[in-house]
Structures are given as C-alpha cells and as structure tokens.
Design a protein around this ligand. Structure first.
Ligand SMILES: Cc1ncc(COP(=O)(O)O)c(C=O)c1O
Length: 326
C-alpha cells in the first residue's frame, strides 16, 4: 500500500484568481530556458573532427532541462481548464522532473503530489518535501503492476480529482523542446548544426529539438542514446544512467522514432568515465547522462570530420551526484 507521508498546503493566496496564475506562468517562462551553449575546446581538435557544442541545461532554475517541460505541461493543463486553483498536480518521478514540477507548483501556489519509487535517493525526497510536495512512496515494481508509480499516480489523480501530468506520454513535454530548446540552439549556432545527439528518457528533448532542426535543415543527423541493454533497443533491463530509459520504451519517443537516424547504446561505465574526463578537461560539471551525450557527440564529430558542427545537451549537473566524483 502507499501512503501520503507529508501533506503541506502551499500559498493558496498565490492563485486567488486565474489572472494571477497566468501572470506567474508568464513570469516563469522568462526565468526558465535561454541557457548558454559552450564549445568543447580541449577534447576537440577542429582540424581533425567536427566542432562540438553543449547546451548547459543545468543552468535552469532547479538544475535541469526538466524545468522547461514542467512549465509547459502545467501551462497546457491550465489553458485546457484541467488545473484550477485547488487541483492537485500529480506526477510519478524519482528524479529531475519531480523536482521541476514541485518547484513550478511552489511558485504557482498549486498543490503538488509526487509519486516516487521507494528506492529514490533520500536527498531527492528531502528536496521534494522542502519544495512543499507531498510524497507518495511505492514499491519498485514493473510497469504493469498496479503498485508501479505511474499506475499509482494515475489512480490518485482519479481519486483526488487531480491532474496526472505523465511526462512519458504528454505531448506538451515534446512541445517545450520544439518551441524553446530547439529554436534557442538553432539561433545560438547561427543555423549551423549538422548533428544533434541526446539521451532518451521520455524522448521529449530529442524529438522536440530534432523536429525543429529537421524542419530547418532536412539533412541534420539525429542521434538518440539509450543505456546499454535498454528496451528501446530490444533489451529487457538496461544499465542505469540516471534519467535515461532503462526499463521502458517511452511512448513519446516510440511514436516519433521515424525522425531519428540512429539509436546508440552507451554503458554506465563509459558515461561515468566521460563525465570525469569532461570535468577535468573542460570544466563542464556534467551529470551521467551528459557523459553519455558527450561521448557519442565526440564519436559523431570524428565521423563527420572538420567543418561540421555537432550539438548536444548537459541535461543536469554532477552537483546532483557528488558521490560520482569522490
Ligand atoms: C539527467 C537526464 N538526462 C536526460 C534525460 C532525458 O531527457 P528526455 O526525457 O527529454 O528524453 C533525463 C530525463 O529524465 C534526465 O533526467
């Protein structure tokens, strides 16, 4: 059984009128995104390979690209009349998305319930509670089990009259990247991008950015990364690279897979070795999925050769995993 561990009501006065809620949504769209892009200068020799640029999404307010989708999914539900002042906003997440949603709800004064698997790190649970989210803990069970966190979140939403955002199938996730991350990257690189490389969690980033870039440059190479052994490439359970699809084929990704040119598997060991190298050589405070992204970006840069440009994303920072750089 699951239980609500902590119930906190947050600033109802912030949403005393719908106007205020819309105002705050607008404010948030000015605070989230517009992250910088930096070039890898030590790991890349542009006379031998393509240049590589990394968009530093860990500079978003809560430290990941998920701030963008939290805002978009909540804004979308507000605009469709699904979220009113007292509607509980519910998500299943053990990671960045939960933190982003808890933060956006905090700013908007909305009630937030995050359903987390019981093996979620204590530090993450503490942060979620500090942001005023109510936590519901579920056992670590497969997707088709009724106690799986997504199934529990869906049921809670029905019982409480709440909205289950469900980042894995919510098209507002992909739209956030199509309307913000993609255009920012295109502009920052002056429209010169030959390949985009990104790890797949929900697939929202690779599909959203990928679609935007493909519409502007038909031959842009889109490379998706999954953990070694992921179900996305026919495995049962992939290796653990935080945030990437290790135990499911995300519907958003699967429904749009036709735009992807290649899916590449990366091992956990390679991802972690690469973050150590990237921190040491470039001073980029990359988290594990960024290690995977940069490893593959460098391989593609060698393949494409001088004069080309490869772009990727630092989804979150090693600050969230300090044990990896002990
Ligand atoms: C650290 C990290 N990297 C990469 C991803 C993948 O992003 P997306 O869900 O847009 O595919 C996630 C998603 O959870 C993540 O948390």
């Amino acid at each position: 059984m699951y239980s609500i561990n902590e119930v906190t009501t947050v600033g109802d006065e912030l949403v005393s009128s719908r106007g205020t809620l819309y105002e705050r949504l607008r404010e948030l769209s000015n605070i989230i995104g517009n992250t910088p892009v930096i070039e890898l200068r030590k790991l890349v020799d542009p006379s031998k390979m393509a240049r590589v640029y990394v968009k530093l999404e860990y500079l978003n307010p809560t430290g990941s690209h998920k701030d963008r989708i939290a805002l978009y999914m909540i804004k979308d539900a507000v605009e469709r009349g699904l979220i009113k002042e007292n509607t509980p906003v519910i998500e299943a997440s053990s990671g960045n998305t939960g933190i982003s949603i808890a933060w956006v709800c905090k700013v908007l004064g909305l009630r937030c319930i995050i359903v987390v698997p019981e093996n979620t790190a204590e530090s993450k649970k503490a942060l979620l509670r500090a942001l005023g989210a109510e936590l519901v803990e579920t056992p670590n069970v497969p997707q088709d089990h009724p106690q799986n966190c997504r199934n529990v979140a869906r049921k809670l939403a029905e019982e409480l009259g709440g909205v289950f955002l469900d980042q894995y199938s919510n098209v507002a996730n992909m739209r956030a990247h199509y309307e913000t991350t993609g255009p920012e990257l295109w502009k920052q690189l002056g429209g010169r991008v030959d390949a985009f490389v990104m790890g797949v969690g929900t697939g929202g980033t690779i599909i959203g950015v990928g679609k935007y870039l493909r519409e502007r440059k038909g031959d842009v190479l889109l490379v998706a990364i999954v953990p070694k052994g992921s179900p996305v490439v026919g495995g049962r359970l992939g290796e653990h690279i935080e945030g990437l699809a290790e135990s499911l084929v995300p519907p958003l990704f699967n429904n749009n897979r036709h735009i992807i040119d290649r899916v590449i598997e990366v091992s956990q060991e390679v991802a972690i070795d690469t973050i150590r190298k990237v921190i040491r050589e470039e001073g980029i405070l990359a988290g594990p999925s960024t290690g995977a992204n940069i490893y593959v970006a460098l391989e593609i840069a060698k393949e494409l050769g001088p004069g080309k440009i490869v772009a990727t994303v630092a989804a979150d920072s090693v600050w969230r995993y300090p044990e990896l750089i002990k």
